[in-house]
Design a protein around this ligand. Sequence first.
Ligand SMILES: Cc1cc2nc3c(=O)[nH]c(=O)nc-3n(C[C@H](O)[C@H](O)[C@H](O)COP(=O)(O)OP(=O)(O)OC[C@H]3O[C@@H](n4cnc5c(N)ncnc54)[C@H](O)[C@@H]3O)c2cc1C
Length: 347
Amino acid sequence: MKINQFISLKNYNSFQLNAQSHHFVELHERSDFKKLLDKHGGQSIFTLGGGSNILLVEKEISVLIAHINTKGIQTVNESDRNVQVKIEAGEIWDDVVQWTVERGYGGIENLTLIPGKIGAAPIQNIGAYGVELKDTLIACEFIDKSTGELREVDNAFCQFGYRDSIFKNELRNKVIITAITLNLSKDGFHQYNTSYGAISNHLLENFSNEINLTTIRETVRQIRTSKLPDPKIIGNSGSFFKNPIVSQQQLKHIQEQFPDVVHFPVDKDKVKIAAGWMIEKLDGKKWTVGGAGVHHKQALVLINKKNATGMDLLELSKRIQSNVFEHFGVHLETEVNIIDHKYTCQL
Ligand SMILES: Cc1cc2nc3c(=O)[nH]c(=O)nc-3n(C[C@H](O)[C@H](O)[C@H](O)COP(=O)(O)OP(=O)(O)OC[C@H]3O[C@@H](n4cnc5c(N)ncnc54)[C@H](O)[C@@H]3O)c2cc1C
């Protein structure tokens, strides 16, 4: 376990920001977690997965970065209907989706092509196309950074919500997730989720409405590829903001001025407003700060157009937040984790 000094993080964050890490360590073995905590104490360690949900604001990052690369997928339980698999934190999320689909295990096929690693998936309860991690996760294993204790907790403990969990709140920066366990369905017991219009139309047009794990995964891949920029080509972190959830009353108020506001029901009292629609309505797709801009197909996605700095992206995001607040009275919360000086100081 070697601590590397002064390495560029350009290939470790999907915005492709050229920040420099002063201390960087790769963790490949389970035993590395303990060694690291024993030697450096947990509080001053920043845990990095695939870097697809972070904005590195600072150019120099002095906190020790631990890059998680532990691998392994193990079946821990099986019945006629289900299989339970435990997956190490350093596995690539989409490789795991492929692994499950190839074996005929259902539950996460709609979540294909989400970048990043397994260990980060519970942090914001990753979700797409009507499915969230919380629908299949039955256990999450983590190490408490301050005590070094290894714990395995259940789904309820994680307090999952829309792009949210206990790991973004009470346990923010306090633990390193080492593995998760998913409960997946076996052939004959799958519950396909094709409720998103785009999925059912695509299945009909391209797969003669043949619905199985492979056609759903392929459908989602094709839809996502046509809509979202590839971070290897254009630096981005997917949706920069969460879609805000407001009361029916607040929606009515917005509709008085913007009758066409795009929204979706959450429950009988609340609705989710499409943040991308609000940004687009304000002509936000044209906004730039330095090398940072807004993607032309999806206004929710901020991009590194040309040599952007973390500060450019942060400034642009603040400009969007203040404009949206001024016109719609709604605060846009960031989905991306802003890693600034304040953040690393809180570790
Ligand atoms: C093009 C694109 C599309 C995307 N689409 C979606 C989508 O459809 N749905 C969705 O939900 N997200 C989406 N995302 C966001 C992102 O892919 C997910 O949030 C993903 O889970 C982040 O994983 P990561 O390994 O890259 O995390 P990182 O960016 O490395 O880390 C994110 C946060 O998690 C913490 N963390 C990482 N690993 C651990 C660990 N083992 N233990 C404790 N903390 C940890 C980090 O400290 C950081 O705060 C998209 C991103 C991109 C670039």
